[in-house]
Design a protein around this ligand. Sequence first.
Ligand code: TXA
Ligand code: MG
Length: 350
Amino acid sequence: MGTEILRVNPTEPEPEIIARAAEVIKAGGLVAFPTETVYGLGANALDERAVARIFAAKERPADDPIIVHIASLESLYQVVADVPPVALKLAETFWPGPLTLVLPKTPSVPDLVTAGLPTVGVRMPAHPVALALIKASECPIAAPSANLFGRPSPTHPSHVMEDLGGRIEVLLDAGPTLIGVESTVLDITGPTPTILRPGGLSREELEKVLGKVELKAGPVDGPKPSPGLMEKHYAPKATLYLVMGENGAVRDFLRERGLEALALGIKRGFLIAEEDRASLGDLPVAVQILGSLKDPATVARRLFASMRVLDAIGVEEIYARDFGQEGIALAVHNRLLRASGGKIIFLEGG
Ligand code: TXA
Ligand code: MG
């Protein structure tokens, strides 16, 4: 199958292009589209056969639930059986935006979408193209990130083509995404709201509205909250180490590992901060500068693309510095932790 790439204006999507993509969705086909977080791989959420094609295209295991995307509050009642007041408050405050709410599902949502769970993850994306596509398709759209299983989420249309070119009917190309990490997944079915996946909306922002919010993000640092969260999300061929500690110690360590790589002829890649530049800048090793320690939003935006660059170079080992856990840095920390599979290097003096 050839994938049709349709260029679309990110802020004022052309109605005829959206209509064309919506036809594909209505016919049970697959459309990759931009959201404010990452590109999604969309299908009609109420059409079980269309959803089955998502799993096949991504080579995704069936135990990983898919987020349902909506463009209006009325659609929330179509997919959620019981909408508590707290859900409406969160929707009012943060939608459209990078927040996925986990709530009890209605029977109209196929079990395949929720991986057999009685709950559904639902969100309203803050992207004009995504909203226009959902409206024109006249159905909620189920969409995981538009990458092959085990690869970094796509923040650029070229990433989608790299992974899914030839496996989907249409790619709506609206350029790079703004946030760069996926939505925050919040379970509000229990007594205390619980973050199952930190993401584009920070825990601090949620706590302003909700008070105390729990964090229960798998797989390496907590109990198993849901099957899909055990997924080793980004599994680079290279071994990835997450380096934590005081800045001076981190820089000395990175330099030492850089020099060692050159001496021993090991292909090593480094994911570092702008402020670490001097410690590796003069060495001919693969360095990706994610952004300043003071600017975690930029770090988040560049994270997945930088991982793809190191994968393409074919490094054997990756050393990634930690960027802290405040605000959106918590999502960066979580993605690096998952990619490392728990291989953390704690430096003294940190
Ligand atoms: O920003 C995003 O969330 C992107 C864009 C495309 O919207 N989507 C995304 O989807 O990241 P995906 O499939 O890569 O990640 C969805 C994750 C699942 O792996 C699972 O952790 C959680 O959301 N999830 C979905 N439905 C759930 C449910 N009913 N209960 C618990 N977790 C759920
Ligand atoms: Mg994903």
